[in-house]
Design a binder for this molecule. Structure first.
Ligand SMILES: Nc1ncnc2c1ncn2[C@@H]1O[C@H](COP(=O)(O)OP(=O)(O)O)[C@@H](O)[C@H]1O
Ligand SMILES: [Mg+2]
Length: 164
């Protein structure tokens, strides 16, 4: 159950707009590997959409990130991660702990992200999906930022029980 062949202790950053399939991929790994801002916003406010809880969610994520990386535990960051400075912060922690750094780029067409967003439990406004989709980096950009391995979500083998 390791569709990305992640090495031990790796940080894996999922990068994609809402509806691109990040959480679906993360669900193929143990729950404890997954850090998710949506989930922590929900824990803080009973609403995953409540952006006022983003700072506290980011603090929780940062604490868990260091807790896991320091122990050499695999960690998946299941948030949009389309902003370069957010990725830089994650890369810095993995470098500090000397862990392998991987990315999965959810290179889905905008129309697919929009359709799949409409099927999510929490539907994100369309303009937000569009804006975040436009901010998607390229594979070359991700390599230049310091990701040792970059996977394209479109190339990850599907399984019988998971679409991707
Ligand atoms: N490869 C895929 N093919 C078809 N449907 C998918 C695929 N990946 C995800 N989905 C569906 O799209 C919706 C959004 O996926 P999700 O993983 O929640 O996206 P994200 O976490 O990036 O917002 C879900 O209903 C999910 O079942
Ligand atoms: Mg998700």
């Amino acid at each position: 159950m390791n569709p990305l062949n992640l090495p031990a202790g790796a940080l894996c950053v999922l990068i994609g707009p809402p509806g691109s399939g990040k959480s679906t991929l993360a669900a193929r790994y143990p729950d404890t590997w997954r850090l998710c801002l949506d989930f922590y916003r929900g824990l803080a406010t009973d609403s995953e959409a409540d952006q006022s809880a983003t700072p506290v969610a980011a603090e929780i994520q940062a604490l868990l990130l260091d807790a896991r990386l320091s122990r050499g535990l695999n960690t998946l960051v299941d948030s949009t991660n389309v902003l370069p400075h957010i990725r830089a912060g994650l890369i810095a922690r993995a470098r500090y702990w000397q862990r392998p750094i991987a990315a999965v780029l959810f290179d889905v067409p905008l129309a697919t992200a929009e359709q799949q967003n409409a099927r999510r439990s929490r539907v994100v406004p369309r303009h937000v999906v569009r804006e975040l989709h436009q901010m998607l980096p390229t594979v070359d950009q991700l390599r230049a930022e310091g990701f040792g391995t970059v996977h394209l979500a479109s190339e990850i083998p599907a399984t019988a029980d998971a679409p991707r």
